[in-house]
Design a protein around this ligand. Structure first.
Ligand SMILES: Cc1cc2nc3c(=O)[nH]c(=O)nc-3n(C[C@H](O)[C@H](O)[C@H](O)COP(=O)(O)OP(=O)(O)OC[C@H]3O[C@@H](n4cnc5c(N)ncnc54)[C@H](O)[C@@H]3O)c2cc1C
Length: 357
């Protein structure tokens, strides 16, 4: 690279991380090429199957404080970035910060108390505006469809994003910003080099965002299967993500503006990508029915299965070597963590390029 030419960056993988990173980096004086094994207009990665919840507190109960802290950073970034993306593309991303509601059936009510205890244990103190206990009236004021329940918790700061709007909008923004898009191009990543079956290409920096496709470079990277169903109901309308706590089986339901609701629960230690099982679809359906029996008439319009890319300790990973950066292991927290991770990678890229000049 000379001072007159732009630095060249290759990003491998056009899923959530790859698109977001390409969007941020292409706003600077950089020459960005995005390589994707599949078709960018029909994403195949975990990003498309996901429910798009951005829920730092809900995830903290099962996870590490590091995830929570990064999640809070990401939340702030999503607020800003979603507005920027909307301005740029003239279309709505459907980022919503309306909090989330947790409920449990009578016999499982202790799950709500346990949830609070776990949060206290991890955070020490809890602010009232972080978690609010709801009685039947408070619950109905927020979620009229949850009339069966007489108590719940409201996590005011949590959010969600409609990934089926976000990912295509990011693609349009990449086109607008002149990113070179190389679809149906499966690549390997090396220092300063991207390799294909027919050869290789040199770059000032290669950023590996291939999710599960990066197993050749990240020891222990594994897939954790997730299954979701999308239902359409005219009768039951939720206002925000709802989680039904249960000792063995927890359901989440994320409503979209078009009357559809994405529901999921399962996390299976398997890389099987075959369609949803009868057992999972029955369990999801009956948990949904137990939220509100009028869901019985909902139509199942779609099912999705994919595997979350996870490291050995389920923590996100950024590996920085000169001329090559690997970012991976977003596991069940892709939407929760991606902006904070992308920002860290942007800083590393800047440092690396300063060393090259
Ligand atoms: C059912 C389900 C529900 C989820 N719900 C949530 C949620 O509510 N909230 C949340 O925060 N997270 C959620 N997640 C997790 C989230 O989807 C992932 O953490 C996130 O998608 C990971 O992003 P990524 O870019 O690393 O990988 P991916 O999104 O998988 O993208 C990787 C991309 O790399 C491409 N690729 C692979 N190999 C190659 C190669 N050799 N060359 C070129 N391209 C390649 C793939 O085709 C793909 O497009 C969910 C996941 C699943 C499966």
């Amino acid at each position: 690279m000379t001072s007159e030419t732009k630095a060249s960056i290759a990003i491998a993988g056009g899923g959530l991380l790859g698109r977001l990173l390409a969007w941020r980096l292409s706003r600077r004086e950089l020459d960005i090429t995005l390589f994707e094994a599949g078709d960018l207009s029909m994403p195949e990665g975990a990003c498309w199957a996901a429910a798009g919840m951005i829920s730092p507190l809900s995830e903290l109960v099962q996870g590490e404080k590091e995830i929570y802290t990064l999640g809070l950073e990401s939340l702030k970034l999503w607020m800003d970035w979603s507005k920027q993306l909307e301005k740029q593309t003239g279309r709505e991303v459907e980022f919503r910060q309306a909090g989330s509601v947790l409920v449990a059936h009578g016999k499982d009510r202790s799950e709500l108390a346990q949830f609070l205890r776990d949060l206290h244990g991890k955070l020490g103190t809890l602010e009232k505006d972080q978690v609010q206990s709801l009685d039947a009236r408070g619950l109905r004021a927020l979620e009229p469809a949850l009339e069966r329940f007489d108590q719940g918790l409201f996590l005011r700061g949590e959010a969600d994003i409609n990934n089926h709007r976000l990912l295509p909008l990011l693609l349009s923004a990449l086109r607008q910003q002149g990113v070179t898009l190389r679809e149906r191009t499966k690549v390997g990543c090396e220092q300063n080099r991207v390799c294909f079956t027919e050869g290789q290409e040199q770059f000032d920096c290669v950023i590996d965002c291939r999710g599960l496709g990066a197993k050749d470079g990240i020891e222990g990277l594994r897939g954790v299967r997730g299954e979701v169903m999308v239902v359409e109901s005219r009768e039951v309308v939720l206002q925000r993500p709802v989680r039904l706590l249960h000792p063995r089986y927890s359901l989440y339901a994320v409503p979209r503006r078009d009357g559809r609701t994405v529901i999921g629960a399962t996390e299976i230690e398997s890389e099987d990508m075959s369609p949803i099982s009868v057992r999972s679809s029955m369990e999801l359906s009956s948990a949904l029915f137990s939220l509100n029996p009028a869901f019985a008439e909902a139509r199942i319009v779609e099912t999705r299965v994919n595997c979350r890319p996870a490291t050995l300790d389920n923590r996100p990973l950024i590996h920085n070597a000169r001329g090559q950066i690997r970012v991976n292991g977003l596991y069940r927290h892709g939407y929760l963590l991606a902006p904070a991770m992308v920002q860290q990678v942007e800083e590393i890229v800047t440092e690396q390029l300063l060393q090259v000049v």
